[in-house]
Design a protein around this ligand. Structure first.
Ligand SMILES: C[S@@+](CC[C@H](N)C(=O)[O-])C[C@H]1O[C@@H](n2cnc3c(N)ncnc32)[C@H](O)[C@@H]1O
Ligand SMILES: [Zn+2]
Length: 338
């Protein structure tokens, strides 16, 4: 059995403030299951009495080391989030290094944030400093971000995705890298700085205590201004990566009769009441894609479903003869909670 980082080691390293997705009571972590203490249920009793028997909610730790904190009532479909096919395609495409400059840029920016100065002193607290990567997918950016967050003294990294196959892949990758929360042991020598906690959960219902996060990243993933503001400490960081205007323009021109531009900054208005802008960075990358790369790219983006099959086939055939040239254009926003 994997050692629990919790039972004996709470004094040696921090554990995030996880809460039960059903009753919002604190969750107690164990290597095999996470269980709530149901204290919020008692306080919710209308007559003020404590029920004779409080039901504890328990969430199994999966074999791969992730925890499913997505109750069925928060699921809008049977298998929400990205499908196994699109995850496998994205994993191959990213592993080939096509978006490596963005991965590097995000890591560099995280390593530069003035986290110690900006966030309330939480070192004495049991939870320490905690970062959440929302819509983490299979963890290409998450694992790279962890390297920067370790240098920043962040104690834990929570990877949240609504897609179970994505979280399974991320948990396996974290384990292979030796940074999965379950691998953190009570021996100081073997303890892992900033372990990763992979969770199946919804960005709209994060199973975390309000105000418990030092930072949130959302890389091509949902942006929920109110939820993020509620979860972050004052001065906490929000890092957003999005496609920029002109992203993969030649791919879209080949697939569609009329090309609709990415609307890059509508969400900024919604963030404005809660966040101030700290920095905006661009990342542009020329891509030369062979047919296999292009097939993966189309499978991992929404273009695959929207394009006419004939245009899609013609594009892939052309890439068989010559590598297809396009440009990836990204924009990274760094914001701070007011
Ligand atoms: C475009 S992918 C980005 C994945 C990863 N950040 C990356 O860039 O490689 C968006 C991810 O958000 C997840 N997602 C979509 N809606 C979500 C929600 N409501 N809560 C949590 N994750 C969600 C999807 O399952 C998918 O893995
Ligand atoms: Zn509960």
């Amino acid at each position: 059995m994997s050692p629990s980082p919790v039972s004996e080691s709470a004094h040696t390293f921090a554990i995030p403030d996880f809460i039960c997705p059903l009753c919002q009571s604190p969750l107690q972590l164990d290597a095999k299951s996470w269980t709530c203490d149901a204290s919020q249920q008692a306080s919710l009793m209308a007559d003020g009495k404590t029920p004779a028997k409080l039901s504890h909610h328990s969430f199994d730790v999966a074999r791969q080391g992730y925890v499913n904190l997505l109750p069925v009532q928060q699921k809008k479909s049977k298998a929400p989030g990205d499908s196994p096919e699109s995850i496998a395609a994205r994993q191959r495409f990213l592993a080939a290094g096509h978006y490596a400059p963005l991965q590097t840029l995000i890591g560099e920016q995280l390593a530069r944030l003035a986290i110690e100065e900006s966030v309330e002193e939480t070192v004495e607290s049991k939870t320490g400093q905690c970062w959440a990567d929302i819509g983490s997918g299979e963890g290409y950016y998450t694992l790279a971000m962890r390297e920067a967050l370790v240098k920043q003294g962040i104690d834990s990294l929570i990877a949240v995705d609504i897609s179970k196959p994505a979280v399974v892949t991320l948990a396996k990758a974290s384990k292979a890298a030796g940074v999965l929360w379950q691998q953190a042991t009570v021996q100081a020598a073997a303890s892992i700085p900033c372990p990763i906690y992979p969770l199946v959960a919804s960005a709209a219902h994060l199973p975390l205590a309000p105000g418990s996060l030092t930072g949130i990243s959302t890389i091509f993933s949902p942006i929920l201004p109110e939820v993020f503001a509620q979860m972050l400490q004052p001065g906490g960081w929000l890092v957003i990566a999005k496609p920029d205007v002109g992203h993969l323009a030649s791919v879209r021109e080949a697939l569609f009769d009329s090309v609709r531009e990415h609307d890059s900054d509508k969400f900024l208005t919604q963030l404005e009441p809660y966040f101030t802008q700290h920095a905006v960075l661009s990342c542009n990358q020329e891509l030369q894609l062979n047919q296999a790369d292009l097939t993966d790219l189309l499978t991992m983006t929404p273009y695959a479903y929207r394009a006419q099959p004939a245009k899609r086939d013609a594009l892939l055939t052309s890439a068989n003869e010559n590598e297809f040239k396009t440009e990836a254009k990204f924009v990274v926003y760094i914001l701070r909670k007011r």
